[in-house]
Write a protein that binds this ligand. Structure first.
Ligand SMILES: [Zn+2]
Length: 99
């Protein structure tokens, strides 16, 4: 009466590509705060979805899609810094670029 149970279910799952569920990518024209999606999504080196966006102030940047979805990025750096530094004087475009 030997052990009749075969440890067949102890076999490790075959290694496969990480099946991370991809969330649908917001289409062009979708707005996240001051951002408007203005181009095709692309993947960065860590396989994160990046979205080319244009801020209401006119500057462009690629923003991580997960940040947009989480509401952690709603505007460009220039606009964010303007918000944080209670603008006593308005910065010129050249000064914003130098930030
Ligand atoms: Zn901006």
């Amino acid at each position: 009466m030997k052990g009749s149970l075969h440890p067949s279910d102890a076999v490790a799952a075959p290694p496969g590509p990480p099946s991370r569920t991809r969330l649908p990518v917001p289409p062009r024209g979708t707005r996240f705060g001051r951002w408007t999606v203005c181009g095709r999504p692309w993947l960065d080196q860590r396989n994160r979805t990046m979205l080319p966006c244009r801020c209401d102030c006119g500057s462009r940047a690629s923003v991580r899609a997960d940040k947009l979805r989480a509401g952690r990025s709603t505007q460009c750096r220039a606009c964010a810094s303007l918000r944080w530094h209670q603008p006593v004087q308005r910065l010129t475009a050249r000064e914003i670029r130098a930030l």
